[in-house]
Structure formats: C-alpha cells, structure tokens
Design a protein around this ligand. Structure first.
Ligand code: NAD
Length: 254
C-alpha cells in the first residue's frame, strides 16, 4: 500500500481513481469534492448522474441491480483504466418498526443499503487488487448501534454495514485493501431536509435536532466528506475502523 506521501499527483498518469456511489448529492457529493481536492479522479455512480458536479464524472448506476453496477464499473475502467477507491455511500431511508414494513419493503431497503455495497465492492475487487493504494469506505450511521424508535429497518441495514466493514477489513487486509466506514449522526443534506419536512413544525424540529448534538448543530456534509477522503486516501495504517462524524452525539444515550 502506498503511503500518502507516495500518492500520485493529479496530473500524473498514475493518479488514483475513486468511485463514489450516491455521489450526486449530500455526503457522496462532499466525499467526491474532498477526494478531488486530494488529486483523485472521481466517478460518481448515481441514479441521477446528470446531477453530479464536475469535475466528478457522473455515471448512471442503480446499486440495487447487479448488472447496472457491473456495467458502471466497466465504464469507469474504460474511461480511467483503474479503480483504487470505492466509496459505498448510496443509501435510502426507511421508517417504522417490524410490524410496519412487510418482507418486500425489508428486502428493498436491505438490497440498496447492504447488498448494494457488497455489489459495488465485489465488482471493483479485481481492480482494487491491482492498486497500490486500495481502499473501501462505507457510509454507516450512528443508527448501527443505537435503538432509535421506529427506525428498525434502517438501523438494521446500518448495523449490517458496520459488521460488513469489519468482516471485509479482515478478509482483504493481506491483499492491501483497507476497509473502513464513517458513522454520521444527522447531516445537513437533502435527506435530513426530507425527514424534517415530515414533522408538524419542521423549523422547530430542526432547532431541536441541532440542540441535541453536543456541538450544537448538525454535521455538515463537507465534514463527513473530509473524513471519507481521509480514510480513503490518507489513513494508510487504518483498517476495520468505523469513525464517528456526528458532532459528538454518540457520546449521549439517545
Ligand atoms: P442524499 O439523499 O442527499 O443522497 C443520496 C444519493 O444516493 C442521491 O444522489 C441518490 O440519487 C443516490 N441513490 C439512492 N439510491 C440509489 C441507488 N439505488 N443507486 C445509486 N444511487 C442511489 O443522502 P445523504 O444524506 O447524502 O446520505 C448518503 C448516505 O449517508 C446514505 O447511506 C445514508 O444512509 C447515510 N447517512 C445519512 C445521514 C444524514 O443525516 N443525512 C446520517 C447518517 C448516514
């Protein structure tokens, strides 16, 4: 694995290449920007590739569909010739307890939030194995280890991402592929705007959520993006870590 100081420069033909799922919005877009600032080429794989901000390259991809993921990875390799970093970030929300969602809904959400990450990592694996600086970063959540009421399906999906991160780190360490995750709390992205819009008074709900965080505000997508870029491109001695980027909210009993 190359140390950060040995990383290729952006102009070098050896510049690293990252794929970022869900890279058109929120945390994924911020991760793409942070990686680009480190001289990494970024392909943002998203349902909405036209919304990807340049210089990241938008590529149509639905992580819930294996053929779509494999085709997107093939497109990235055709364009850039390599893949060094996978940011498994695409995810969807789910509300409710075990009796609020039927099997189909459970499988729909797990298919995106968990199997989607497996699919993209699996499709990229042959390319990561050739990289001198291979890394995978998964977007987990504080919900992986908290019992927030009526978020059962979403929490279970992120619990699986937590375990997946540790297991993949163990599986691929000797191949030189590091696997880590970030665990955000509430991040100020379009996602949280949609969640707050469901509250009777969205402004009051936002103020209460800000106040709940020890730092007195939601985390910014750029702060999570920076942590993802650090784990992906700088943290050469770190694998199997789930890094909280949550304004300290994991220190509280929720
Ligand atoms: P967002 O809604 O702003 O962005 C999500 C992006 O993922 C969108 O561009 C969307 O088009 C894309 N996407 C959704 N389903 C996809 C699919 N099947 N295939 C490809 N792309 C798909 O959300 P965000 O807040 O940036 O969330 C990103 C990740 O962060 C998710 O995994 C989410 O669970 C996690 N997260 C978010 C928060 C938060 O408070 N915003 C907190 C903890 C964890």
């Amino acid at each position: 694995m190359a140390a950060n100081s040995e990383a290729p420069t952006p102009d070098s033909p050896d510049a690293l290449v990252a794929v970022v799922s869900g890279g058109a919005s929120g945390i994924g877009a911020a991760a793409a920007a942070a990686l680009i600032a480190r001289g990494v080429h970024v392909a943002a794989l998203d349902l909405n590739p036209d919304e990807v901000a340049a210089p990241a390259v938008g590529i149509a991809c639905d992580v819930s569909d294996d053929a779509s993921v494999r085709a997107a990875v093939e497109q990235v390799v055709q364009r850039f010739g390599r893949i060094d970093v996978v940011v498994n970030n695409a995810g969807i929300a789910a509300q409710g307890g075990i009796d609020d969602n039927d099997d189909a809904e459970w499988l729909r959400v797990l298919n995106v939030n968990v199997v989607g990450m497996v699919r993209l990592a699996r499709a990229a694996l042959p390319h990561l194995r050739k990289s001198p600086a291979a890394a995978i970063v998964n977007t987990c959540s504080i919900f992986a280890w908290t019992g927030v009421p009526k978020r059962t399906l979403y929490s279970a999906s992120k619990g699986a991402v937590y375990s997946l991160t540790l297991a993949m780190a163990a599986d691929h360490a000797r191949e030189g592929i590091r696997v880590n995750a970030v665990a955000p709390g509430a991040v100020d992205t379009p996602w949280i705007t949609r969640v707050l819009a469901m509250a009777p008074d969205p402004q009051a709900a936002r103020a209460a959520l800000d106040d709940r965080h020890p730092i007195g505000r939601l985390t910014r997508p750029e702060e999570v993006g920076e942590a993802i870029a650090y784990l992906a491109a700088s943290a050469t001695g770190t694998t199997g870590t789930v890094l909280s980027v949550d304004g300290g909210i994991h220190t509280l009993r929720l």
